[in-house]
Ligand binder design. Structure first.
Ligand code: CAO
Length: 414
C-alpha cells in the first residue's frame, strides 16, 4: 500500500505546538517532512517540560513524529544559500514564527515565489490582518480571543480555558487542510499559493455554534441554557456549565464512589426519542403519562430537577454500569474517561490512535497516533528526530558535496 502524500516534500520551519501538529499530520500521510531547526537548541520544546534530564521532552517527541531534522542558521549567509536550495527542493513551506520573522530573514513571499513558483507557503499566526496582527500568541490567548473562554465555564463563574488544544492543534489541523487543498489546486494551476490560518479564526470556527446562539439571543431567551427559566440573559452568549450545546438537553452527573474518584461521572443526554427508556431505567415511568414531564417543552423549565433525579440513579452505579444499561436503550451517554483510562484503552491501541513508540534516548513512550484513518494509506508512527540527525543526509540530497558540507559546518551554518 502506498501513502497518500508520498513524494511531497515539506520544508518545516515550525516550532512549539501549532505548526508541528500540522506537519506531523502531513508526515503521517507520507510526506517527507524536513524540520529546520536553529543550531544549538533547535525547537525550544525539546528542552521544555522535561521529565528526564538531557532527553528530548515528551512535549517535543509527541509533536514531531515521522520527520527528519536538519540544523540550519537561516540568518547566516551560507545558511541562506542552503535555505534557498530547500525552498527550491520542496512543495510546501510551513512556518509559525512571530509575524514578520521570515521576512526579517530575507525571505518574503515574493522572494520565495521567485525561487520556487510552485511552492505553497503556509503560515499560522495568532491573528489575521487587523489591530492585533503583530502580536505573539500562545494557546490560551487564542482560546480567549476566539470566543471559547467567554462561552466556557460555570454559569456564575469566570471564563475558562479548555484542556483541548483548540488554538494550537486545532489551527494546525486547519492549516493541514489548507496545504493539501493548495497542493490539489496546484495540480491544475501549476502555481503555489499562500495559505494563512490565524489561531483566533481557527478557534472561532470551532465556536461556530456560539455565534449562532448570539444571533438567536435577540429573538428571545436561549431555552436550552441553564439560565432559562431562572436566570437572566445579558447581551452576549453566557457560559452554560456542562449543558449540551444542541437541542437535546445533557449534563454531567455523579456516579458511585465519586467522593474518591475524581472521574466517576458520566454525561447523559435526555434525547427526545430515547426519553421513555431513560425514564424507565431510572424508575420514573410516572413521567411518561404526566403532561408536566412527557414533552421536551414541559421538561425544559425543570432540567435541574430532571438531572438530579437521573443522578439519584447514577449514584448507585459505576459510570461503566450506567453506560452498559443506557447504551442498549439508545440513550446517548459518555463516561468521563481519565487520561490513565484512555492510555490503557485496548480498542484505542488496536486502531492505532494510541501508539507505543521507542526512542533511542528516552526508551518507550505512548503517543496519540493519526486520528484520521484512510483505507488506502497506512500510517507507521515513527519516533521524532534527534536535533540535526539528518543534516548531512539532507544536504547531500540538495546536491552539496562533502567539502561544501564541511565548509557549511565550519561557518556555523549547519
Ligand atoms: N536560524 C536562525 N534564526 C532562527 C531560526 C533558524 N533556524 N529559527 C528561528 N529563528 C529566529 C526567528 O527568525 C526569530 O528571529 P527574529 O525575532 O529576529 O525575527 C527568532 O528565532 C524567534 O522566533 P519567534 O519570535 O517566532 O519565537 P518566540 O519564541 O519569541 O515566539 C511564539 C514564540 C509561538 C509566541 C511566536 O512564534 C508566535 O506568535 N507564533 C505565531 C503563533 C503561533 O504559532 N503560536 C502557537 C505557539 S504554540 O502554543
Amino acid at each position: 500500500m502506498e501513502q497518500a502524500l508520498k513524494g511531497i516534500k515539506i520544508l518545516d520551519m515550525t516550532h512549539v505546538q501549532s505548526g508541528p501538529t500540522c506537519t506531523q499530520l502531513l508526515a503521517w500521510f507520507g510526506a517527507d517532512v524536513i524540520k529546520v531547526e536553529r543550531p544549538g537548541g533547535g525547537d525550544a520544546t525539546r528542552g521544555q517540560l522535561r521529565d528526564l534530564p538531557d532527553v528530548d521532552s515528551l512535549y517535543f517527541t509527541m509533536l514531531n513524529h515521522n520527520k527528519r531534522s536538519i540544523t540550519l542558521n537561516t540568518k547566516s549567509e551560507a545558511g541562506k544559500k542552503i535555505f534557498s536550495k530547500l525552498v527550491a527542493h520542496c512543495d510546501a513551506l510551513v512556518e509559525n514564527f512571530a509575524p514578520g520573522a521570515l521576512d526579517r530573514m530575507g525571505f518574503s513571499w515574493a522572494q520565495i515565489q521567485r525561487i520556487n513558483p510552485r511552492i505553497v507557503y503556509a503560515s499560522i499566526k495568532g491573528f489575521g490582518s487587523g489591530p492585533y496582527e503583530d502580536c505573539k500568541v500562545y494557546e490560551n490567548v487564542a482560546q480567549c480571543t476566539g470566543g471559547s473562554a467567554s462561552t466556557t465555564g460555570a454559569i456564575d463563574g469566570f471564563p475558562m480555558v479548555t484542556g483541548a488544544q483548540i488554538g494550537d492543534s486545532g489551527t494546525g489541523l486547519h492549516l493541514a487542510l489548507g496545504i493539501v487543498t493548495a497542493l490539489y489546486q496546484r495540480t491544475f494551476s501549476g502555481k503555489g499559493q499562500r495559505v494563512e490560518c490565524a489561531m483566533q479564526d481557527g478557534v472561532l470556527n470551532l465556536c461556530r455554534v456560539k455565534l449562532r446562539d448570539q444571533q438567536r439571543l435577540k429573538n428571545g431567551p436561549l431555552k436550552e441554557y441553564p439560565q432559562f427559566p431562572n436566570g437572566q440573559f445579558g447581551n452576549a452568549v453566557p457560559r452554560a456549565g456542562n449543558a449540551s450545546g444542541g437541542g437535546q438537553p445533557g449534563w454531567i452527573v455523579r456516579c458511585k464512589d465519586w467522593e474518591n474518584d475524581p472521574d466517576s461521572y458520566i454525561y447523559v443526554i435526555a434525547q427526545e426519542g430515547a426519553f421513555p427508556g431513560l425514564a424507565n431505567a431510572i424508575g420514573h415511568d410516572d413521567w411518561l403519562n404526566d403532561p408536566e414531564w412527557n414533552t421536551p417543552e414541559a421538561r425544559l423549565s425543570k432540567l435541574d430537577q430532571m438531572f438530579s433525579e437521573i443522578e439519584k440513579w447514577t449514584l448507585t452505579k459505576t459510570k461503566f454500569e450506567v453506560m452498559d444499561i443506557l447504551n442498549p436503550l439508545n440513550v446517548p451517554c459518555g463516561p468521563i474517561l481519565s487520561m490513565e483510562e484512555l492510555a490503557n484503552e485496548k480498542s484505542l491501541r488496536e486502531t492505532g490512535t494510541i501508539v507505543e513508540v521507542d526512542h533511542p534516548e528516552r526508551g518507550k513512550y505512548l503517543t496519540v497516533g493519526n486520528p484520521i484513518k484512510l483505507s488506502d494509506s497506512y500510517v507507521d508512527v515513527s519516533r521524532s528526530p534527534l536535533l540535526g540527525e539528518h543534516t548531512d543526509e539532507i544536504l547531500l540530497e540538495l546536491g552539496l558535496d562533502i567539502e561544501e558540507i564541511r565548509q557549511a559546518k565550519e561557518h556555523g551554518a549547519v
